[in-house]
Design a protein around this ligand. Structure first.
Ligand SMILES: Cc1ncc(COP(=O)(O)O)c(C=O)c1O
Length: 395
């Protein structure tokens, strides 16, 4: 008799529940052709013109073989220049490591910085891939419940509490500002306090800054303005409108550079060469002009969505300081956000992300709506939602 084959225990991570919505949306699109996606966490625009031109040029002129594991020099220098301009910090190309999306960066960083059994702290609600990747690597994840009182962001007081509970400081803390799903920004003072606390306690601060540039009037600080012991995560996916190009980066403290180099070379050899050559052009003034116009559109969409949702009685939302999401409490209508999103889709053709993807404790009463898309489409989606909410959605 054949020995039963089973996958590893470490692979048993939570699925993305939005995948169920996406599959149902694809079926509905086939039958009705009316789906509006408010569930995607990505811009609806292509890469900026200079990047497209650089990609064509690279295809015509470069061999596009493997590159250095840490990324091509011109890209590392371009990213360093971007941080010098954006954050006013002294960053050189040596501080920058290019990764295969920030997602690839997180995996290699967690491997380089944490051992199996180490405890890493993150906010709940939060981006689920941190939790799932850490768990797959054998780390313990300690989620801190963060609410409106702290802008859904962790605080030093909460870290003190976690430390008292654990009996030692955690190995790592991950913060995202602006955050996904809430869009909230950590105040500069609070981020600085977290960075100092982490330095004093030997906790690695991982500051996910991939939504920097997509903000609505509120200042966004960088962890490296306070502590170069922290790791800053960046990506061309959000502000730069290049999700599928799979280029991210890290600003790394010195002691992590060799381990990351060794691990990256083994895990992926290098990030995609064509995308690296093209991405150099993302950090030019010409690209910035195009990308800032997208942010102006997100700002209009945000205003429209927040206003219209409030009119429909969906007023309990996290303050969307940045990113392109509204994270809303729909507890008035449901305590099963997965079923509720399925019903909204079935009745309106509007696809939303259920909160359970981001909050295992309270996400059954929340949903995330993306306003990265086209303004007219968002207006249409809101009209449809209004009709169905007025009617009551059972869930
Ligand atoms: C907060 C956050 N971090 C990281 C990522 C991963 O992005 P990428 O791998 O495209 O850089 C995402 C994607 O949605 C995100 O929302």
């Amino acid at each position: 008799m054949a020995v039963p084959r089973i996958p590893s225990r470490r692979s048993a991570v939570e699925p993305f529940h939005v995948m169920t919505v996406l599959a149902a949306a694809a079926r509905r699109q086939e039958t009705h052709g009316d789906v509006i996606m408010l569930c995607a966490g990505q811009p609806s625009t292509p890469a900026p013109g200079p990047v497209l031109a650089a990609a064509h040029h690279a295809l015509d002129t470069e061999i596009l073989g493997y590159t250095e594991a840490l990324g091509i020099r011109p890209l590392r220098e371009a990213i360093a220049g971007y941080h010098r301009r954006r954050d006013g910090i002294a960053v050189t190309g040596d501080d920058v490591v290019v990764t295969t999306g920030s997602s690839g960066g997180f995996t290699v960083l967690f491997l380089a910085a944490f051992d199996a059994g180490d405890t890493v702290v993150m906010a709940r609600p939060g981006y689920p891939a941190y939790r799932n990747t850490l768990q797959a690597l054998g780390c313990r994840v300690h989620e801190i419940d963060c609410g409106a009182d702290t802008r859904y962001q962790p605080t030093v007081a909460q870290l003190e509490e976690v430390t008292a509970t654990l009996g030692h400081a955690p190995a790592g803390l991950i913060v995202a500002s602006p955050a996904n799903p809430t869009g909230t920004i950590i105040d500069a003072d609070e981020l600085a306090a977290l960075a100092r606390w982490c330095e004093e306690h030997g906790t690695l601060l991982v500051s996910d800054e991939i939504y920097h540039g997509v903000t609505y009037g509120r200042e966004c600080a960088s962890a490296w303005q306070t502590s170069r012991e922290a790791v800053v995560m960046g990506s061309v996916s959000k502000y730069f409108s290049m999700t599928g190009w799979r280029i991210g980066w890290m600003l790394l403290p010195e002691y992590l550079r060799d381990p990351v180099d060794r691990l990256s070379g083994n895990l992926t050899i290098c990030p995609p060469a064509d995308a690296q050559f093209a991405a150099v052009a993302a950090f030019t003034d010409e690209s910035a002009a195009e990308l800032d116009a997208h942010v102006e559109r997100y700002a209009r969409n945000r205003e429209l969505m927040v206003r219209r949702l409030a009119e429909m009685g969906v007023a309990d939302i996290a303050p969307p300081d940045g990113a392109f999401y509204v994270y809303a409490d729909v507890g008035r209508w449901t305590d099963d956000s997965v079923a509720w999103c399925a019903e909204v889709l079935q009745r309106t053709g509007v696809a939303l992300t259920p909160g359970v993807d981001f909050d295992t404790a309270r996400g059954r009463q929340t949903v995330r709506l993306s306003f990265a898309g086209d303004t007219a489409q968002i207006a249409e989606a809101l009209d449809r939602l209004e009709a169905v909410l007025a009617d009551g959605v059972a869930g």
